[in-house]
Write a new protein. Sequence first.
Length: 434
Amino acid sequence: MERSLESRIRNAPAAPGVYLMKDRDGGILYVGKAKNLRARVRSYFARTDSRFMVPFLLSRVDDVAFIVTETEKEALILENTLIKEHRPRYNVDFRDDKAYFHIRIDPADAFPRFQLIRRPKRDGAKYFGPYPSSAAAKETLRFLQPLFPLRTCRDRELKGRVRPCLEYEIKRCLAPCVKRVDGEAYRRVAAEATAFLEGREKSLLAGLRQRMHDEAKDLNFEKAAELRNRIAAIEATLERQRVASLTSRDQDVYGLHRERDRTQVCALFVRGGRIVGQKGFPLLKVGGDTRSILSSLIQQYYDGGAFVPDEIVIPHSLEDQTVMAEWLADRKGRKVSIAVSRRGQGRGLLEMARRNAESVFRTERLQREDPEEALPALAERLALKNFPRRIECFDISNLGGSHAVGSMVVFLAGTRPATAASGSGPLRAPTITA
């Protein structure tokens, strides 16, 4: 270690803050936070940090800069900001190019509606998800719309209508466009939809039952019957959804699967005691301890606008767990707990998340492997006696029994698409000669 660097480390502030490790050109290699900057940076050069990437990092470090903060929470926020700005080579990066779908409802709208959004924003609206595919999100909307008949039209269409659309006729919209419902009643339905998506079914159903009884008492039997049908539909929907937890709190449960220097993380999303989805994060080719990986993931994921649950369940405690919980609470606006479950249902959810992480890892590895190495696994999955050296997939479509079009997609060595051999075109009936 050069004397100038050694002197800088020796005189580092013994205070909370952020440290930036730089190469000889001034490029930022790594950003970290610490309760005590001097002790933390010294641990690198004392070889007491066992993370896989540390020797490679230290071989390139030429300088270390320090930014002192008042509290550990300020250090955590600043660290995350600097990582996003500089994207240092040796920091764990959980950026995911795949934008998962969320359902958005904005309570500030005069007439809120369901919207499918790829990337949540901090705009005051409520976001629910993520959903792993557009099909999963659209399926959710498919059964939400009859239960909570909010408008489906855009704002411009809402203002320009003079008569209700078909959605109103089939009881999938309240037609606020032509004032078939007043603003207060409409927003009440929007609030009920939000309560359902947030997992507050008990309070939602209790409120609907009370309104049903009130309408019946006032001899509004048609309205009472509508409420009765909505209650039955909601209850039927809830019965089809799996109960995952005895608690009604919203939880994100994280599982990890590691092999050598590769780490796969998967999250289960539990809302109101039900598993509503899962997310596999990008496969990491990085060593290091599980705690630092989880800490980086939590910071980056929730700073990106993701819904913050009441509780985050993880397999190992974090070094900065208390500070992280405070930071999450600031984002949510109320207390957020980070729990390590070692028994009961919490442990079962962690194991399920771990199995999902392992499954995602196997799939990712199969896609990245040499095709020749993937063939045995593919043959086993498809129950084939021989390795599938060439796979041809066909699809035929037609319009009213005519104008048939066929397509063929070819895969060579099982997993490699052969674009040149694939194609599509019109089909003609064979000519039969006597």
